[in-house]
Design a protein around this ligand. Structure first.
Ligand code: LIP
Length: 262
């Protein structure tokens, strides 16, 4: 094992441990919510909770302890993008977290020279740790992941994410195209979990016209390591401004690329 391999494996193991610690804090805060509904928003339907920032601070502190020379970029506090950078979404699925729906995860990606090398997601409500190191496969709680064998889009479940970051008309047009192809189209509230569900064969594709790097970078690596196809998501532009994403079983690629081409 080369020094680089050791470095990346150290980061993989650390990300898994930190994701679990962050998940315990998220679950504690979720269960402490109480009955009073106090909602805060960053924008239209873009929820903000105090837990997002609290969890991001915890993750940043743990990573700085182990990897002080790495850069850090988080959804809530921002940061910087160096050669080695951690890209973190403390709670992906914030809307559901805020409303008491147990469908969210923490997402941690390590990116070197613009390529994701380590991707870790943790869903604390179902104790599911998704993890991948490039070239090493993808796992769920240690068991290997593989995308579904679906080849016919009429048998496929396709999740189509949407946020107010893009006009609704584009989402509606893609939804109509997928429906016309015979796909079963769903929308939940966590792009990271939606992409992870493709990696483990629970659904056959995840598409979104715009999603942020911190939402999807870790999960896209899971799909690549589980035998799926992924669009060229983490471009230099994407780090700062997000990008379109398509991940799927390989046989669905062409039809989904056409459906998403607006
Ligand atoms: C969410 C994404 C989802 C998108 C939502 C939101 P958050 O991330 O995972 O794909 O459609 O609007 O951006 O805000 O819960 O971290």
């Amino acid at each position: 094992m080369t020094d680089v391999d050791v470095q990346l494996t150290h980061r993989y193991l650390a990300a898994c441990a930190i994701a679990r610690e962050a998940g315990r804090l998220i679950r504690l805060r979720f269960e402490q919510r109480g009955d009073a509904l106090t909602l805060k928003f960053k924008g239209p339907q873009d929820y903000l909770t105090e837990t997002d920032a609290e969890v991001e601070r915890l993750i940043a502190a743990r990573l700085a302890e182990s990897f002080p020379d790495d850069d850090f970029f988080g959804e809530e506090g921002g940061g910087s993008f160096g050669r080695d950078v951690w890209i973190v979404d403390p709670i992906d699925g914030t809307a559901d977290f805020a409303r008491g729906v147990p469908y969210f995860c923490v997402s941690i990606a390590f990116v070197r020279d613009g390529r994701t090398e380590v991707g870790v997601l943790y869903d604390p409500m179902h104790d599911e740790l998704f993890a991948a190191q490039r070239g090493g496969g993808a796992t769920l709680n240690g068991a290997s992941l593989k995308v579904s064998p679906i080849t016919d889009i009429r048998e496929a479940v396709v999740e189509l994410g949407w946020s107010s970051r893009v006009p609704f008309e584009g989402y509606a047009a893609v939804h109509a195209r997928l429906h016309a192809l015979g796909a079963g189209v769903k929308r939940r509230g966590s792009g990271a979990l939606g992409i992870a569900n493709v990696a483990m064969g629970r659904q056959d594709a995840y598409c979104e016209l715009h999603i942020n790097a911190w939402d999807a970078a870790a999960a896209v690596l899971l799909v690549e390591e589980a035998g799926g196809w992924a669009s060229d998501f983490l471009t230099p532009e994407c780090l700062q401004h997000g990008n379109r994403v398509i991940v799927c079983t390989p046989a669905l690629r062409e039809q989904l690329e056409r459906a998403m081409d607006l």
